[in-house]
Design a protein around this ligand. Structure first.
Ligand SMILES: [Zn+2]
Length: 232
């Protein structure tokens, strides 16, 4: 055990350890008065799109995030107490009250359809539903949910492909749309990310932005893959 601050006495509130090497996002927080009981702190989390409840005061905390993709689950977050609230709901950004559903929930509901639409576009075939089994040159691509695999077609329909050498063994299965597109098209995963972003928001990035975001995306995917490989 390694206390973050040796001066903390036994009366200090018990907090779960957080990873302090990485900078943590700052969340806007409000104080709630609870009568005779200690004040509590509520914060709006943009990653979970939900209110997280904490004890008295601001500062660095272990995250209460439930969504797997929230970076705060690793870094924790810092609560910036900006005033008081009557009720926890007061910390919800006002703009969200215009919609009944959270954006993340809406996107979760259609994510399979979005992936299917992208696959239909880049693989050049039409097929209904989120599960695919498509031919691309000598490859037969199968996708079910997040998992995919590529079989080499021993009897390709196009005659010019029949004499093409069969590629040596390599990773022909995996998980995730970005990995699949990187293997199929032979481009770095960071570039896949940028091409997807460019498809939905053309012209949003200049050249240096493209390089920086691409490199950051590649590094992030590598870290994630390494983490998943080590943890399972
Ligand atoms: Zn959260």
């Amino acid at each position: 055990m390694c206390p973050l601050d040796p001066s903390l006495g036994s009366a200090a509130p018990v907090r779960r350890a957080v990873t302090v090497e990485q900078p943590a996002p700052t969340l806007r927080a409000l104080r709630i008065r609870n009568g005779a009981r200690p004040d509590s702190t509520v914060a709006w989390c943009p990653y979970c799109e939900d209110v997280h409840h904490h004890g008295t005061g601001g500062g660095r905390r272990a995250a209460h995030c439930v969504r797997e993709e929230s970076p705060c689950r690793v870094t924790g977050y810092s609560l910036d107490v900006q005033g008081e609230a009557e009720a926890p709901h007061d910390v919800v950004p006002a703009a969200l009250l215009a919609g009944r559903h959270r954006l993340s929930d809406a996107l979760d509901g259609v994510s399979a359809e979005i992936r299917a639409a992208i696959l239909r576009g880049v693989l050049g075939k039409r097929r209904a539903g989120p599960a695919f089994e498509l031919r691309v040159d000598r490859a037969r691509v199968s996708v079910i949910g997040e998992s995919w695999w590529i079989d080499l077609d021993a009897f390709p329909a196009r005659p010019e492909l029949r004499s093409a050498p069969v590629p040596p063994s390599r990773t022909l299965s995996g998980r995730g749309l970005i990995n699949l597109l990187a293997v199929l098209y032979g481009i770095p995963r960071g570039d896949v990310v940028m091409r997807l972003l460019h498809a939905v928001a053309p012209g949003a990035f200049d050249a240096s932005g493209w390089l920086e975001i691409s490199a950051a995306a590649e590094a992030s995917i590598e870290r994630r893959d390494a983490g998943e490989g080590g943890a399972r």
